[in-house]
Design a protein around this ligand. Structure first.
Ligand code: G6P
Ligand code: MN
Length: 439
C-alpha cells in the first residue's frame, strides 16, 4: 500500500479527491494519506472533513495533517499537488486588474494566468525539491496546480529530471460531456487532441472504432457541450458561469467548421465578447469564494458541532481522473489519457521540447505521447504565439526580467496593445509584491 501526500491539503477540492481515492482503494491501495499546506489554519478546518471521508471507508489508513515538509513527504510514493499560491484573494486580483483595462480577467488565460504563473513557478520548484529530498526515490508528483501550461514549462526548465506529471481536468470533463451526449461512458471514448493546456482541439472521438465527432459537432452547434444530466453529476459545472462557458463554444464552431475546441479558446478568439459580459466588480473568484468555499466551510463547521457531515462536496471527473492517472503510473497500466507532456514530435510542427497537451500512454516511467501529426497553419500559428507568451513568462520568472514579462503580456492574444500590456503588468507588479520575484 502507498503513502500519498496531498500538497495544498487545505483546498476545497481535497475532500472530493480523497473520496475518489476511497472508492478506488481496491485499485490503488493506501497505507497513509497526508495533508500538507503552508496555511495550517485553513488546512485544520478541512482536515476533519477529510478524516471523516476516510473513516467512512477505512479504519486502517493512517491520516496525517502537517505544515512540515519533512513530515509530509518522507517516504511518500505519490504526491498530488494542487497549490493555489495567493489563494482566491489573489485570483480575484488576477481577474479584476485586466478587466480594469478592458482586457479578459481569467484565472489561467490572459494576463491573469501569466500573473498566476509568476507566483507559482518557484513554489512548485520548491515542492519538487522537497519531494526529491524526502520522498521515495521513484515517487511521482501528479500536478493539478495552475496555470498548468506555465507550471509545466517552468518545472521542465528548472527541474528537468523531476518526476512530475501535469494534468488538467478540462479535456476529461469535455469527454464526460461528450459521453453524456452520445450515451456512452467516457471511458469508452478514444480521442485525438492537440494543443497546449487550456488551448487545444479534439480532432477525433472514436467509439468502438467509429469517429463520432461529426455527430457531436452537430449537437454542440445547437446546444453546446453540456447536457443537463452531465451538469447534474457535477455541481461545479452546473454553476451558471460554467453552463455559459460550455455553451460558448458554439460561436467558435460556427466560424471554424472543423475539430472541437477546448472551451477556454473563447478567451483568445473572442475576448471582446467575454469582456463585455464580465462584471469587473464581481468575478469568478467572488462566485467561488461565496459559493464553493463558503459551502464547504459551513459544512465543516456543522460537522464539528453536530457530528453530521452535510453533502457539501462532490466526486466528479476531477477526483476520478487524478486517481486514474495515478493507477496507471503505479501499475504501469499504459492507459491512454490526455496529459501535459514534452512534445517529442507528437505535434510534428511544434518545437520538440514544448510542453503540449496530447494523448499519452501512462507508464510507470511516465507518459509516452501519441503522435498527432502536423497541425494546420492556423492552429500552429495560434499555438506558437501562445507558447511564446508562456515561455517568455517562464524566462521572466527565472531571470527576473521585466522586459520578458512585458513581451509575454504583449504576445498574449487577449491583450490588444503593448500599452495595455504595460499598464496591466505595472498594476500587477504592485498587487503581487509579496509573491513575485523582483522584476
Ligand atoms: C477547470 C480547469 C481548472 C480550473 C477550474 C476553475 O476545472 O481545468 O484548471 O482551475 O476549471 O474552476 P472554478 O470553478 O474554480 O472557476
Ligand atoms: Mn485546467
Amino acid at each position: 500500500p502507498f503513502i500519498l501526500s496531498i500538497a495544498g491539503g487545505g483546498s476545497t477540492y481535497t475532500p472530493g479527491i480523497v473520496k475518489s481515492l476511497m472508492v478506488r482503494l481496491a485499485d490503488f491501495p493506501l497505507a497513509e494519506i497526508r495533508l500538507y499546506d503552508i496555511d495550517g489554519e485553513r488546512q485544520s478546518v478541512i482536515a476533519p472533513v477529510v478524516e471523516k471521508v476516510i473513516r467512512d471507508h477505512s479504519q486502517s489508513i493512517k491520516f496525517t495533517v502537517t505544515t512540515d515538509p519533512e513530515v509530509a513527504f518522507s517516504g511518500a510514493h505519490f504526491v498530488f499537488a494542487q497549490m493555489r499560491v495567493g489563494q482566491y484573494k489573489m485570483r480575484e486580483q488576477d481577474e479584476k486588474i485586466p478587466l480594469r483595462h478592458g482586457v479578459v480577467g481569467q484565472e489561467t488565460c490572459g494576463p491573469g494566468g501569466l500573473a498566476y504563473g509568476l507566483r507559482t513557478i518557484l513554489p512548485m520548484v520548491e515542492l519538487c525539491d522537497f519531494v526529491e529530498r524526502y520522498a521515495h526515490q521513484k515517487a511521482w508528483i501528479v500536478n493539478y496546480s495552475n496555470p498548468a501550461a506555465i507550471v509545466a514549462e517552468g518545472v521542465r526548465r528548472l527541474r528537468p529530471k523531476a518526476r512530475v506529471l501535469n494534468i488538467c481536468d478540462m479535456p476529461v470533463a469535455a469527454m464526460r460531456n461528450m459521453g453524456a451526449i452520445l450515451g456512452v461512458d467516457r471511458h469508452k471514448l478514444e480521442v485525438d487532441y492537440f494543443g497546449l493546456n487550456h488551448f487545444g482541439w479534439f480532432t477525433r472521438v472514436l467509439v468502438d472504432g467509429e469517429d463520432r465527432l461529426p455527430e457531436l459537432r452537430r449537437h454542440i452547434a445547437k446546444f453546446g457541450l453540456l447536457t443537463e444530466d452531465a451538469a447534474q453529476t457535477d455541481p461545479q459545472h452546473s454553476d451558471p458561469s460554467w453552463v455559459k462557458t460550455w455553451r460558448h463554444i458554439k460561436p467558435i464552431m460556427d466560424h471554424f467548421p472543423e475539430f472541437l475546441p477546448n472551451p477556454y479558446l473563447q478567451y483568445y478568439l473572442m475576448p471582446n465578447d467575454i469582456v463585455e459580459h464580465q462584471n469587473p466588480d464581481y468575478t469568478r473568484a467572488n462566485e467561488v469564494m461565496d459559493g464553493r468555499e463558503k459551502k464547504l466551510f459551513a459544512a465543516a463547521d456543522e460537522y464539528k458541532k453536530t457530528g453530521i457531515l452535510p453533502d457539501a462536496f462532490h466526486v466528479g471527473v476531477h477526483g476520478a481522473f487524478i486517481v486514474d492517472v495515478a493507477c496507471s503510473l503505479a501499475f504501469d497500466l499504459r492507459q491512454r489519457h490526455l496529459v501535459i507532456v514534452e512534445n517529442k514530435g507528437a505535434i510534428a510542427n511544434l518545437p520538440y521540447d514544448a510542453m503540449v497537451e496530447v494523448p499519452a500512454y501512462i507508464t510507470s516511467e511516465g507518459p509516452e505521447p501519441v503522435r498527432m501529426g502536423a497541425v494546420p497553419l492556423f492552429h500552429q500559428t495560434l499555438l506558437m504565439q501562445q507558447l511564446a507568451s508562456e515561455q517568455l513568462l517562464v524566462e521572466a520568472t527565472i531571470e527576473g526580467s521585466y522586459e520578458k514579462a512585458l513581451q509575454a503580456f504583449t504576445l498574449n492574444r487577449t491583450v490588444p496593445t503593448m500599452q495595455h500590456a504595460k499598464a496591466i503588468l505595472d498594476d500587477m507588479i504592485e498587487a503581487n509584491r509579496d509573491y513575485w520575484p523582483q522584476l
